[in-house]
Every structure is written in C-alpha cells, then in structure tokens.
Design a protein around this ligand. Structure first.
Ligand code: MG
Ligand code: MG
Length: 248
C-alpha cells in the first residue's frame, strides 16, 4: 500500500529532510585525503544528535553505523571504519535522519582531492540522472516514467544503472511502497499522486550493471571492479513540481 502524506506529515518530513541535507553537506566539507570513513560516521552521529534527530541507518537490519560510506568500486552499504580516503578516490555517502518519527534519506558521491576525468564524468552523469528522474515525479505520471528517465539518461552517457537495489517510498518508515527502480519503461507502474513521498536514488556503474555483495554481507561492489556513484533525494509529489525535501 502506498501511503499518502498529510500536510502535517510533510512538515515533519521537511524537517527530517533538511537535517539530512545539512548533515550530508557538512560531511562533504570534511572530505579530504587522510580522513577515515569512521571519522565521517562519528561526525554524522554528533550532527544528528545536536539537531534533535536520530540516525536512520544505525541498527537498521543490524547495520552497524549511521552512514554508509562506499569508496570507488563500492556501490552502496559500505561500512565506515578505519579506511583512510586517498587523493583520487570517490566516496558515496548515504545517510538518513529520523525527526518526529519521519524519515529523510539522501546520498551523494564526493571527489577526494583530484579525481580522474572518468570519475568526474560519472559523478556528473549520476547527479544529473537523479534530476532527470525527479523531473518526472509529477502527479499523473507513473513510477516507470521516473525509472525510464534515469535509465535513458545514464545509458545515453555510456554508463550502467544498478538493478539489484532501487529507490523507495518513505515516510514513517525508511522503506515503504512503492519501489522506484532506476530502470524501466515509461507509462508502467503505480500512478503518482500528490502526497506520495519517494526516495529516488540512481546507482550508476562505469563498466557493468552487475554487482556483488562482499563477505561482510553489507558492502555491495561492482562485479568488474569499475567505479560506482550514488545520488539520492527524498521528494514529495505535489500538484505542481515535485518538492525536494533533502535540498539545502
Ligand atoms: Mg539512502
Ligand atoms: Mg534510500
């Protein structure tokens, strides 16, 4: 069942989204060669606590941290720890905040120091694919319109969308119906209505859409070792343009 949000619920989600966006922005400012992913995780926890929110990911299905930190060929769900970021790395940070019982969820991939031209193109294409998807999140459209917009844009740029993980509805739970795949056909899937809240989140690989889960049972990597990027916003479908809740 797809839960439509009331105006009051959207107010809480706006605040959850704003806190998530601020935290991600501040994390981005701290990314540099030499910092560990564990230090970024600690910063996120302190930030959320100061903001009166709780981390959405900590303990979720047993996830041991408050952010996912996925470096280079890691796609999603990387566990922060002792890994030191190096010049030329890219790091995807995915995080969420819970405020008044409502969730915000956002991700971005950041360059560490100077990155290759390919890496920088991957970041740009993935970020723009997210906005291509968001532009289709309009009442009357269908989920497939979002999916197809993301896939078409990514593939036109020579990259690949991950199939095994998808975006989702969001609200009082981090993951609600409907699923929001990054691949699909226009005109198919559930119809979008004002009050639907969605997390749209293209995961884009350079070499192949195929991914593998590491023995830690969390970290997802590209099957061919190529780079991967991930951008995500939480949005609400309105009668007009979608409202992005995790934008600063
Ligand atoms: Mg996320
Ligand atoms: Mg998500």
């Amino acid at each position: 069942m797809i839960i439509l949000k009331s105006a009051q619920e959207i107010k809480y989600m706006r605040e959850a989204g704003r806190i998530t966006a601020l935290a991600l922005h501040e994390l981005g400012n701290r990314i540099r060669p030499g910092i560990t992913t564990g230090e970024l995780n600690r910063y996120a926890e302190e930030f959320l606590q100061r903001a009166g929110a709780t981390p959405a990911f900590l303990g979720y299905h047993g996830f041991p941290a408050s952010i996912c930190a996925s470096v280079n060929n890691e796609v999603v769900h990387g566990i922060p720890g002792l890994r030191k970021l190096e010049n030329g790395d890219i790091i995807s940070i995915d995080m969420g905040a819970v405020y008044h019982g409502y969730y915000g969820d956002s991700a971005a991939t950041f360059p560490v120091g100077e990155i290759s031209e390919e890496a920088s193109r991957l970041l740009e294409v993935t970020r723009r694919a997210l906005y291509e998807g968001i532009s289709k999140a309009v009442a009357g459209n269908r989920i497939g319109d979002i999916s197809a917009a993301v896939q078409t844009f990514v593939e036109a740029n020579g990259f690949h969308v991950v199939r095994d993980f998808v975006g989702h509805g969001i609200g009082r739970n981090m993951h609600e119906e409907p699923q929001v795949p990054n691949f699909g056909k226009p005109g198919l899937g559930p119809r979008l209505q004002a009050g639907m809240a969605l997390a749209i989140e293209p995961m884009v690989n350079v070499g192949t859409h195929e991914v593998v889960v590491m023995p830690d049972r969390w970290t997802v990597i590209t099957k061919d070792g190529s780079l991967s990027a991930h951008f995500e916003h939480t949005i609400v479908v309105t009668e007009g343009q979608p409202e992005i809740l995790t934008l600063l």
